[in-house]
Design a protein around this ligand. Structure first.
Ligand code: SAH
Length: 346
């Protein structure tokens, strides 16, 4: 198996069968070997720097019904909120003072936020903090909308493909959503000129090593600037409430594989990873990740952006989260840096 890892490191590719073999056949010793290689590659390109992104979860209204997601439209048990432009700008203000140079605006697909409103917001942030990167993560839109946001000053976009396999996608989403459309959106975003982020959940219901192999092949082809992966975590109000969460072990393994396949990619150690294990994010960094995305949302709304249960940091303020994270990264031998942290992928 080590020869597969060596070949992945040296060539950046494997066949579908080899991916399946490598994912199925993992052992603790093989994982250690993988992480060692992944760290070397990461350090070659990004040193020991860890980039931070200030996450602003600005609306939990959503018109969609992704079966796994706690803020899906059908869930009547959560309190819906929408931040005002003033709220959002105040998050940026706090974030900038703390050293953030990237703001990520994430939300459900909320029709109240028309293109016009999103553009207005983006322009306001662009004007207030011209040296910062603005990332949007607001789902599937038309090319015209994506172009309008880009014109307004957004330069990055996160849209996880979730799972590449169309049948598996259908298991996780209602019929009106399709893998094909989501993937098409990613190519559009890349074409417009966004630094584009894709990604998938690890251990989502029904997921097999074959599905993960397809995710890797898809990502190789897309060649995104960023890849966000995290364990699936059940939410109590969804049909997957009783499903097991994705594991730390498999998520770390996939992070290591991604670092070898896409050496220059920006790879976050996600909040979901920190949620399933107290040292999840540190271990993610040691497996090849180089980004963390602390929460900048107002404290009063944190717990309402409940994609899954027991989400990390839903009780503490931004400054506290960041200070804690800095300490954790230093203990791991890495350091949080204050720069935009643009992707090296061209
Ligand atoms: N509406 C935006 C943002 C979605 S939320 C969009 O469509 O892209 C951001 C990510 O959270 C999703 O892409 C999904 O991968 C992840 N997520 C949602 N529910 C989750 C769950 N139960 N467990 C783990 N991750 C989840």
């Amino acid at each position: 198996m080590r020869e597969l890892i060596d070949r992945l490191r040296d060539t950046g590719t494997l066949s579908r069968e080899e991916w399946v073999r490598l994912i199925r056949g993992r052992t603790p010793a093989l994982s250690d070997y993988l992480f060692e290689q992944a760290r070397q590659v990461r350090i070659r390109h990004y040193g020991h720097d860890v980039y931070i992104r200030g996450l602003i979860e600005f609306t939990n209204y959503c018109k969609n019904n992704c079966y796994y997601c706690g803020i899906q439209n059908q869930n009547s048990h959560i309190r819906r909120y929408r931040l005002t432009e003033e709220d959002i700008l105040s998050c940026c203000e706090t974030g900038y003072r703390l050293g953030f140079r990237t703001f990520v605006l994430q939300g459900g697909e909320d029709p109240w936020f028309t293109d016009e409103r999103v553009c207005h917001l983006v322009r306001a942030i662009r004007k207030g903090w011209p040296d910062c990167a603005i990332t949007l993560s607001i789902g599937e839109k038309s090319r015209e909308s994506y172009e309008a946001f880009f014109q307004a000053g957004a330069t990055r976009y996160l849209l996880r493909h979730e799972t590449c396999n169309a049948d598996h996608y259908r298991m996780l989403h209602p019929p009106e959503l399709s893998a094909t459309h989501r993937q098409a959106c990613l190519y559009t975003l890349r074409d417009i000129g966004y630094q584009t982020g894709s990604g998938f959940m690890v251990g989502s219901p029904g997921q097999t090593p074959e599905h993960l192999a397809e995710d890797m092949l898809f990502l190789k082809k897309l060649n995104p600037h960023m890849v966000g992966i995290g364990p699936f975590i059940p939410h109590h109000d969804t049909i997957f409430a009783k499903e097991p969460a994705g594991t730390l072990e498999l998520t770390l393994y996939m992070l290591g594989l991604l670092r070898l396949m896409l050496p220059k990619v920006l790879l976050p150690a996600t909040t979901a990873l920190g949620t399933i294990h107290p040292q999840g994010r540190e271990l993610g960094i040691l497996a090849g990740a180089n980004v963390v995305m602390p929460n900048l949302s107002p404290e009063k709304n944190r717990k309402d952006y409940s994609l899954y249960d027991n989400k990390l940091c839903s009780g503490s303020e931004a400054a506290e989260c960041l200070a804690d994270l800095k300490k954790r990264m230093e203990k791991t031998g890495y350091r949080v840096v204050t720069s935009r942290g643009d992707s090296l992928v061209s």
